[in-house]
Design a protein around this ligand. Structure first.
Ligand code: ADP
Ligand code: MG
Length: 729
């Protein structure tokens, strides 16, 4: 019996070799998943004389000459230029700015269908970077309709060759009558194609609508696989039991509340009540708390930790960086006052203690902390990854709080959970609004809460767009910074990358809202931290100010030193990458200049500017851009005009969906979510359907004993996907 995992060579014979060798298409499944990047409509094909310059053209033509050469501007790159001729004998030039693949595929004599925008260049016609299909124009019976698939280039195999291989493999699979992994009843309910029909429609479509139906089925499968795995994970959590933690009355929490100089917001009260109720149950809490920077999440978490201490157990707070861990300890100790001086002279009755545990502490410091943790001396432990290490033992760990989730993987969180005798309760906090698709998928195994309002009385952050090209605007920006500094405040200057020599962004930066979604405009230099530091030190408006830098290539000790100096007010202007994005809290910083703001995603800009205006004076964010593109300026203007992070997250989605449609490239390989776009709100519907279906399937058949095909697909996939998502930031 063969099947989806059969080696291609067993079905196709020797001709499989080229596919396997160059594209690593080893199995039948690999080949079917090698989806066309697009389709060319042969009915739309014309002759060059029928098209005007500036039009998108489809034409059948033959390569008459071609040659690759190095590019003058970038000597490492080779470009490929060819001349094609149509049936009338009329010619046009082709140009590819990266020769790879094209020079092998478009050798003289090759006939193909080309698609691209017709330009005029040096008196002739030219098409830059056309799509093309080397389909089999003499075998119309290969294609059920006018569409010819265009695949990623495979050396020595034409597009038609791939289509033929697929067609053969599909026939072979049909003959085997392998059941569809999704129950027929579910397929019928959602009007979904069978799996084989879906692949057929994608590789051999009758028309575009047919291909779209196939894509819908594959998207549904991707959603279902993730949702079934999540449903299983949820079922496992539901079955877990832990110690119910019932806080003492009149304990730490009560005294803490009495001293709070402000009222909790309604949201804080509601979320806190939910959390405290969950802590007192014997089923471990597993909750995600979303809320803008400054919405008071940390306070909610601290109240939960105090309740835990009141119940006689310990709480751990996991922070993504040393700087943040230290900051948490400082602010928690400040908020607790003598309630954090348990066992010390001047400590309050029933007080607890707070300990810090990070990788850069000395051995002696660590030993002391470890001892206090294992004896239970310390009620609240704040730390970085160091907390997860084997040697850290708790007396009785009842609650784990994870700050800024997106920098921790599920494995790390789980490792910390293992440190409790019984599974601890888990609260995850994130300041980045998570789109609904992502929440349902990546965090779909958790319950969620949101803090939507900011505490009252906080002056909002004002943001302005600064077109750098306009005379005087940039000077005015630096003057504004100088004014803030002379008023006793501090400033951030954020750059998209570190230095001139590297094109990469800062790896340590949490790029959850990937700058990659920002349309990149070629040709403009991107400002880096290193050069900006130098130029600001020469800037007349900033003369005499103390200007320093911070970025991910500096050592942890150097970063900490700079951050400590900035917190202490010993630095006026801090030039940095987005390493400062997460949680850094310097209330005296009141202005942030974001250079090349167009290089950042919407949510990321919002996250960044949340760093200013933490104090009572309000904050100012200046978004500097060189861009002249209307869409880019529009996007930045919207960020400048809106302060609601949730609204911006939605906007982010909308704009990306547009990007998806324009740049539709369905060929992404490597991750399991290939077609489903978590950044695409249209896929919400499919994810919701799949979630309901998954819940029903798992309720009836928790181990999928009745659905072996589906079970096989699911094994191992979700964690990989989540890891991939978290890696991306
Ligand atoms: P987050 O963790 O969501 O960024 P924090 O809990 O750190 O927010 O709160 C930000 C600031 O607002 C802190 O200085 C905190 O003391 C203060 N704060 C929190 N809740 C309130 C409230 N209900 N009223 C006034 N200030 C508050
Ligand atoms: Mg916080």
């Amino acid at each position: 019996m063969t099947g989806w995992d059969t080696k291609l060579a067993n079905v196709l014979g020797k001709s499989a070799g080229k596919l396997t060798k160059s594209e690593k298409l080893v199995t039948v499944r690999d080949l079917l998943d090698f989806l066309p990047r697009r389709y060319l409509d042969i009915n739309k094909a014309g002759r060059l004389s029928e098209f005007e310059v500036g039009e998108q053209v489809v034409l059948v033509a033959t390569v008459v000459s071609g040659g690759a050469r190095r590019m003058r501007s970038q000597p490492k790159r080779r470009m490929y230029q060819a001349v094609i001729e149509d049936a009338d004998g009329q010619r046009a030039g082709l140009v590819f700015f990266n020769a790879r693949g094209h020079e092998q595929a478009l050798t003289p004599g090759t006939t193909a269908v080309f698609y691209g925008k017709l330009d005029s260049y040096q008196g002739g016609l030219q098409i830059s970077h056309p799509s093309y299909s080397r389909g089999d124009l003499d075998a119309p019976d290969l294609y059920p309709g006018p569409l010819m698939p265009v695949y990623s280039h495979v050396p020595n195999v034409t597009d038609a060759g791939i289509t033929r291989a697929v067609s053969h493999v599909l026939q072979d699979l049909r003959a085997q009558r392998i059941p569809d992994p999704v129950p027929q009843e579910v397929l019928d309910r959602h009007h979904l194609l069978s799996q084989l029909d879906a692949y057929q429609s994608l590789h051999l479509p009758i028309d575009h609508a047919h291909a779209a139906r196939g894509r819908r089925r594959l998207r549904y499968d991707e959603a279902l696989i993730v949702q079934v795995a999540l449903a299983q994970r949820r079922a496992r959590y539901d079955a877990l039991r832990t110690t119910a933690r019932r806080p003492l009355p009149a304990g730490l929490l009560e005294r803490f509340d009495q001293r709070l100089p402000f009222e909790l917001t309604t949201g804080q009260r509601e979320v806190s009540a939910t959390i405290l109720a969950e802590l007192s149950r014997d089923r471990p809490m597993h909750r995600l708390l979303q809320g803008e920077v400054g919405s008071g999440k940390t306070l909610v978490a601290l109240r939960a930790m105090l309740a835990m201490v009141d119940a006689g157990a310990q709480a751990a707070l996991l922070a993504p960086t040393e700087v943040l861990a230290q900051q948490h300890v400082r602010s928690i100790e400040a908020m607790l006052g003598d309630l954090a001086q348990g066992g010390m002279l001047g400590g309050a009755e029933h007080a607890t203690r707070v300990a810090l545990l990070t990788g850069s502490m000395t051995k002696a410091q660590k030993q002391k902390a470890l001892l206090d943790i294992v004896t239970g001396e310390v009620g609240i432990v704040v730390g970085t990854h160091a907390l997860i290490q084997d040697q850290v033992e708790f007396a009785d760990l009842g609650l784990v709080v994870v700050d800024e989730q997106h920098r921790f993987g599920v494995e790390q969180r789980d490792a910390l959970r293992m440190k409790g005798a019984a599974p601890p309760h888990v609260l995850v906090m994130t300041a980045t609004p998570i789109p609904r698709t992502v929440a349902m998928t990546v965090f779909g195994d958790m319950d969620t809460s949101e803090l939507r309002e900011l505490p009252p009385g906080r002056p909002p952050i004002t943001s302005h767009l600064v077109p750098a090209a306009k005379p005087g605007w940039l000077e005015r920006t630096w003057q504004r910074v100088a004014e803030e500094v002379s008023a006793g405040h501090q400033a951030y200057v954020v750059c998209p990358r570190i230095g001139e020599e590297d094109q990469a962004t800062d790896d340590e930066s949490p790029e959850w809202a990937l700058a990659a979604d920002a349309p990149q405009e070629a040709g403009r230099p991107i400002r880096g931290v290193v050069e900006t530091l130098a130029s600001l030190r020469r800037e007349p408006a900033l003369a005499g100010l103390r200007i320093e830098m911070m970025h991910g290539r500096m050592s942890a000790a150097d970063k900490d030193a700079v951050m400590a100096a900035f917190s202490a007010g010993d630095i006026d202007v801090l030039v940095s990458t987005t390493v400062i994005e997460v949680g850094v809290d310097v209330p005296n910083a009141t202005v942030m200049v974001i250079l090349d703001a167009d290089r950042f995603g919407i949510s990321q800009l919002h996250q960044l500017r949340g760093r200013v205006g933490r104090g009572s004076g309000g904050g100012l964010a200046l978004l500097v851009t060189d861009s002249h593109t209307e869409a880019t300026l529009d996007r930045l203007a919207k960020v400048a005009d809106t302060t609601d992070g949730f609204a911006l997250a939605d906007l982010d989605l909308e704009l990306r969906r547009e990007g998806d449609v324009l740049g539709a490239d369905q060929s992404g390989r490597g991750t399991h979510l290939r077609l489903l776009r978590l950044t695409n709100s249209k896929d919400v519907e499919l994810i919701e359907l799949a979630r309901d279906d998954a819940a029903q399937l798992i309720a009836e058949d928790p181990d999928l004993a009745q659905h072996p095909q589906l079970a096989a697909l699911i094994a191992g996939q979700v964690d990989e996907e989540r890891a991939a998502f978290l890696e991306r930031g």
